[in-house]
Design a protein around this ligand. Structure first.
Ligand code: FPP
Ligand code: MG
Length: 349
């Protein structure tokens, strides 16, 4: 498959595996072509891993989220990290697909937990098939990821196992909330490092280790991935409150309605600025204030001090990510990782 080709899923959706890469230029044409082709190959392998030879109905369910879209950020991170070792080393493609399968598995489960009805601008699997099939589809993808990664180098395999544990633990921490008397902001970052940042960090670590890059290089990439991942989640939190529904593919203010402790909401609650007093009031009263409370919150938040602070924290995390990258040799992969920070910043801009 060439970088120009789109993956045509059976239900008419089209995924362009190299779409994100192209937005992260400028890159040397040879580098872009090589990575674009590797991404397209990974896309094929990903869809092959979601199929089920014995029953196409299972394949339709397990392939639903892969087919409806996604940026393929995590496979891209694997491939970029592999550039700091031998990008042609065996198993890089399997590592790239493993991280996407783990990611997709977590989304099937997350949409059940969050009772979400949409993902990637399409109906979620739980909305289409119900909770039980959606949970099992997530389990199936996780099992396929385990099978696909079985022959990765031991260090990459160990990182993979530790990360799946961190994702689930992070999600569990979110569910139970901060410990009584605990700091909600500290809790937010613990949850975020687990449920979002750990997998981005792992993607980079696994790519570097599988490609035989020096351990010190893998460590730099993992640290970058953690900071990028925290920034990514903050951008996601802000998008939930600020973006028109059509651009995020989800209902606006969904996290707020589901009482997900996002950074902006934690900052509103903890804030003392007089200019956010009405916003705090609306949040404190919540649904008891009537059906318009949610719309009022979104309107007030758009010009709030809590929004400014959230954006400052987002920029600070991206700056930390960028600073770490300077320890790496100057090459296309490093510049692309740097551009990824601009991309994350631009998601809310
Ligand atoms: C999205 O958060 C959620 C995650 C990134 C992780 C969800 C993890 C689980 C449900 C545990 C199970 C994990 C595995 C690996 C099977 P969000 O709800 O804030 O983001 P969203 O707006 O994209 O839904
Ligand atoms: Mg969710």
């Amino acid at each position: 498959m060439t970088a120009e080709q789109l993956y045509d899923a059976p239900d008419g959706h089209r995924v362009h595996a190299a779409g994100l890469l192209r937005r992260l230029g400028p890159q040397a044409p040879a580098f872009q072509a090589r990575l674009g082709e590797a991404l397209s190959d990974a896309e094929h392998l990903l869809h092959a891993c979601t199929r089920d030879a014995s029953d196409p109905r299972v394949g339709a369910l397990a392939g639903h989220l892969a087919a409806t879209g996604g940026k393929r950020l995590r496979p891209l991170l694997v491939l970029l990290a592999a550039e700091f070792g031998d990008p042609a080393a065996p198993g890089i493609d399997r590592a790239a697909v493993t991280v996407e399968l783990v990611h997709l598995a977590s989304l099937y489960h997350d949409d059940v937990v969050d009772r979400a009805t949409a993902r990637h601008g399409s109906a979620s699997a739980n909305a289409l098939w119900g909770n039980r099939p959606a949970v099992l589809a997530g389990d199936l993808l996780l099992a396929r990821a385990a099978r696909l990664s079985a022959d990765l180098v031991p260090e990459a395999l160990a990182l993979n196992a530790r990360t799946v544990n961190r994702i689930v633990a992070g999600q569990m921490r979110e569910l139970v909330g901060p410990t009584p008397g605990g700091d909600p902001l500290e809790h937010y970052f613990e949850v975020t490092v687990g449920k979002t940042a750990a997998l981005l960090a792992m993607s980079l670590g696994v790519g570097a280790l599988q490609a035989g890059a020096p351990r010190a290089v893998a460590d730099v990439l993992v640290t970058y991935g953690e900071q990028l991942g925290i920034a990514f989640q903050i951008a996601d939190d802000l998008l939930d409150l600020l973006s028109p529904e059509s651009s995020s593919g989800k209902e606006r203010g969904r996290d707020l309605l589901m009482d997900v402790p996002s950074l902006p909401v934690v900052l509103v609650r903890q804030g003392t600025d007089a200019c956010d007093a009405e916003l705090r009031e609306v949040l404190a009263v919540g649904p008891a204030a009537g059906s318009g409370w949610h719309r009022r919150f979104l309107d007030l938040f758009a010009t709030s001090r809590a929004r400014v602070r959230s954006e400052e924290i987002l920029r600070h995390r991206l700056e930390r990510a960028r600073t770490g990258l300077r320890a790496l040799p100057p090459r296309d992969a490093r510049f692309t990782l740097d551009s990824l920070c601009d991309f994350v910043a631009s998601r809310t801009g």
